[in-house]
Structure formats: C-alpha cells, structure tokens
Design a protein around this ligand. Structure first.
Ligand SMILES: *[C@@H]1O[C@H](CO)[C@@H](O)[C@H](O)[C@H]1NC(C)=O
Ligand SMILES: *[C@@H]1O[C@H](CO)[C@@H](O)[C@H](O)[C@H]1NC(C)=O
Length: 368
C-alpha cells in the first residue's frame, strides 16, 4: 500500500506553501463567477502537498521498490476503461504510477462540494469553452479535448487521418485547425450526452509554465496577428512610456503581468488553463496523457481506441525547438518573484490536478 497523504505532507517543505495562501482571493475571479465554486484553500493545499510529495518520491525513485498497483478487476466498469495493467506495454511502472496519482488527485479535488459534476452544471460560458475544445471521432468512439501548445496539431492530424480527410500523419501541409474536424459543440444535447457517456475520453497536459513559455515564444516571437492583437495592447498597458510598438517585443515579464490581470475564463485558448479548457471535473476523462511522454502516451491512446496499425502518432516536426529545463528555469528566475507568486494561483489546478511540482525559484535553484 502506498503511504497515506499525511506522510507526503511531511515530505514536502515550505516551497509549496506561499501560493496556497493566495488561493482564495485569486481563484475568485476564475471560479467564483457563479458564486459557488471557490475551493476550500486548506483542502486544496493538502492535495497539492500530497501530489507534489508523491511526485517528489517518484523523482527520487522511492517508489521503484513498490509493486505496481494491481490491475483493476475487469467488468467493473465499461470495457473501454483503461486497466492499470494495460499501460504496461513499455514495462513502464513510473508512467503507471503517475496515471494512478493523477487519477486519485483528480477524483479527490473533483469530489469537493463546489466542483462541477457534469458539463450541464457549468455556466454557459464554461460549457461553450469545453465543448468547443472537444473533438469527436464516431468511428473509433472517442473524444479528445485539445489543448493548444500540447501537441494538438499532431492530434488533429491523427483525427483527420482516422476520418479519411488526410492520407497520413506525416504529410507536410499547414494544419487547418477547423476544417474536417467535428466539435462536440456542434452537436445536439442528446448527441453530446451520449458521447460523453459512452466514448473513450482523453486529453494531453504539459508542465503549465512550459506551456506558457511555449505560447509566449511562438505567438509573440513568430505570429504577426498575435503581436498586433495582443502584443500592442500588452505593451500599452504594462510598459512605462510604451508608446510605439508593433507588439513583437513583448517581454516575458510583461506577458506574465498581463496574464495575472486576465480572467481565466476569458483568456485566449493558448494560455487559458487546461482546467478551464477541458473541465476535468465535469468531464470524466479516461486518460490524461503527458507531453513529457508524448510518443508512448500517444501510442497507448491509439491502441486503446483501436486505431489501425498504420496510423501512428507523428514524430516531432523537424523545425520544432523544444524548451529545455534550463531555458524554462532561466525565464522563471528572471521574473520578479512577486509576479510569479501572483501568476501561480491562476494555474494552480493545472499543477495540482495533473501533478506537476510548482517551480523552484529559490536563490539556490536559480544560481545554476
Ligand atoms: C529548490 O532547489 C534547491 C537547489 O537545487 C534545493 O536545495 C531545494 O531543496 C529546492 N526546494 C524545493 C522546495 O524543492
Ligand atoms: C481513474 O480510475 C477510474 C476508476 O478505476 C477509472 O474509471 C478512470 O477511467 C480513471 N481515469 C483516469 C483519467 O485514469
């Protein structure tokens, strides 16, 4: 048996503490729209500490000696539910443990009184957002909640190949993010209900700050439309004597300052928290894959939905520049630390539900 949560709480030091103090106030903007969904911060704190502690144990290899969780008894749930044992294709115990931890954390947080239980209990804005992000494949009976900056173009390619709109995943054409794709939002309530209940549902997540940095570098570094639409406004708001700019010189700190002031429910999808895009409490996902293990998790999902063997998850594009741990650390350490502390609570559910450790920007950690 894994040790209890209390054991982990002891494990994790003060590093986790500061953001939780701010939880209540800043969650208000994102979750309190309907006056009910403010998380009890003490409980959230416990969950964050627990998941962070577990993650720490994985990092330290402390769980390696532990037996993997036993495969679940079959027949207990619908047959498309993943069994712990099935994930073992690569003999990957860490991945299995991570899935179990994520699963337990999501269930714990989502069982809180004020968390949404179904898409129908969301506000109209929240529901529209999530339904617009869920892609449907009726042949293979699955739903994929796409998260920009988490390999979503590649998944869209896969969907297009599965539906016959594209020959193979490697064809080198510019991705059209709308055509030949079916969105749950375009269906009738009854059709939505049926698919949510019976289809295999999955999403992919990524370290929240890495996702932000990726969005920042891509949109403000490369995409003129974003520079005009967001960059100009950000500079105008946050740069003293900002004056003239084409919006292509937004600094990461200015971008973060902008995020701190934005309402999470109205953010652009490239930086909206995954929690708001995919509503993991309202939609009981069967699988939460990681960007950090894209190939194997992608392969697992394709197997799970019964995709034909010639459909594989695409390799990284050759032009893709990955973000290294050092690069991310450099950007986070360069931020005014008070600003980072204001930013983290907005993404706290992405950190805690998907079990990512909060960034360590202590002076020792930043010295490297
Ligand atoms: C942060 O990193 C430093 C240096 O690597 C380490 O000594 C410290 O324990 C870390 N703190 C947390 C809370 O992980
Ligand atoms: C979590 O576990 C439950 C119960 O065993 C299962 O039905 C569900 O599909 C799992 N979800 C994820 C995201 O792994």
């Amino acid at each position: 048996m894994p040790p209890s949560k209390q054991d982990f709480a002891v494990n994790r030091g003060g590093g986790m503490r500061s953001p939780s103090f701010r939880l209540r106030s800043s969650m208000g903007s994102g979750f309190g729209k309907r006056g009910s969904a403010v998380l009890p911060s003490v409980l959230t704190f416990a969950v964050i500490v627990a998941s962070g502690g577990l993650l720490l144990m994985i990092e330290k290899g402390m769980l390696n000696g532990m037996d993997p969780p036993p495969p679940r008894a079959s027949g207990r749930t619908a047959d498309h539910r993943p069994h712990a044992g099935q994930y073992d294709a690569a003999g990957d115990t860490d991945a299995q443990i991570l899935q179990e931890i994520r699963n337990r954390t999501i269930r714990t947080v989502c069982s809180q009184k004020n968390m949404p239980r179904s898409v129908w209990s969301l506000s109209p804005l929240q529901r529209r957002t999530v339904l617009q992000h869920i892609l449907v494949n009726d042949d293979y009976r699955f739903l994929y909640c796409y998260v920009p900056k988490v390999a979503c173009s590649n998944w869209k390619r896969v969907l297009k190949v599965l539906s016959g709109a594209l020959d193979n995943v490697d064809v080198n054409i510019k991705m059209d993010h709308k055509s030949d794709l079916v969105f749950l939002a375009d269906m009738q309530p009854e059709e939505i209900r049926y698919r949510l209940q019976h289809y295999f549902k999955f999403l992919f997540v990524r370290e929240p700050m890495e996702r932000l940095l990726s969005a920042y570098r891509n949109k403000f570094g490369e995409i003129e439309a974003y520079q005009r639409k967001y960059g100009v406004e950000i500079v105008r708001r946050y740069r003293k004597g900002g004056g003239r700019t084409t919006g292509d010189d937004v600094t990461f700190a200015e971008f973060v300052r902008y995020l701190v002031d934005e309402d999470v429910e109205r953010m652009n999808e490239h930086w909206m928290p995954v929690y708001n895009l995919c509503q993991p409490c309202a939609v009981p996902y069967d699988f939460v894959g990681s960007y950090e293990r894209l190939q194997s998790d992608g392969h697992y999902v394709l197997q799970r939905v019964g995709a034909p063997p010639n459909v594989h998850f695409p390799e990284r594009q050759s032009w893709y520049r990955p973000i290294s741990v050092e690069t991310l650390q450099y950007y986070l350490c360069s931020l005014p630390q008070a600003l980072l502390k204001e930013l983290l609570p907005k993404y706290i559910l992405d950190f805690s539900l998907f079990t990512y450790s909060l960034p360590n920007t202590t002076s020792q950690a930043c010295r490297h």
